[in-house]
Design a protein around this ligand. Sequence first.
Ligand code: NAG
Length: 150
Amino acid sequence: MMSLKIVVVILCFVVLQLVSATVFKDCGTNAGTLASVDVSDCPQNTVPCPFKRGANVTLVVKLTPTEASKGATLNLYGIIAGIKTPFQTKVDACKSDITCPITQGQATTFTAVVYVQPAYPKLRLVVDVELTSDDGKFLVCVQVPAEITD
Ligand SMILES: *[C@@H]1O[C@H](CO)[C@@H](O)[C@H](O)[C@H]1NC(C)=O
């Protein structure tokens, strides 16, 4: 039987999830601990996050890497009706998105900017952001429900 203490701890985690700035899903982060995810122009707990056509949407992830890595690679996907479509892949994240080398145990910030093409159709999708270490592990893997809007 679960003790009351454990139940209280679980409830606290649920509450923390509810008050976190942007609603997201961890899709397998295994080389880092996520602290927070913030998407620009997405008010707290808005689902889906509006991705305005013609605008740059900024995604800021605060994390503490649990492994060191010399480099980091950014892969961005859009999941539309369950189909994962590459959006921007094999980007050298060290050039602008995160400070390299990645140091184990040192809190850092990762920033991804998504330019929403004016030609994109207005639809709902899941934005999938993957930052991988040199040995292919996820420093960050987050999915944010989004909607292309005007
Ligand atoms: C989006 O970002 C790109 C690259 O930084 C910049 O050239 C462009 O002017 C930005 N567009 C808007 C609408 O802010």
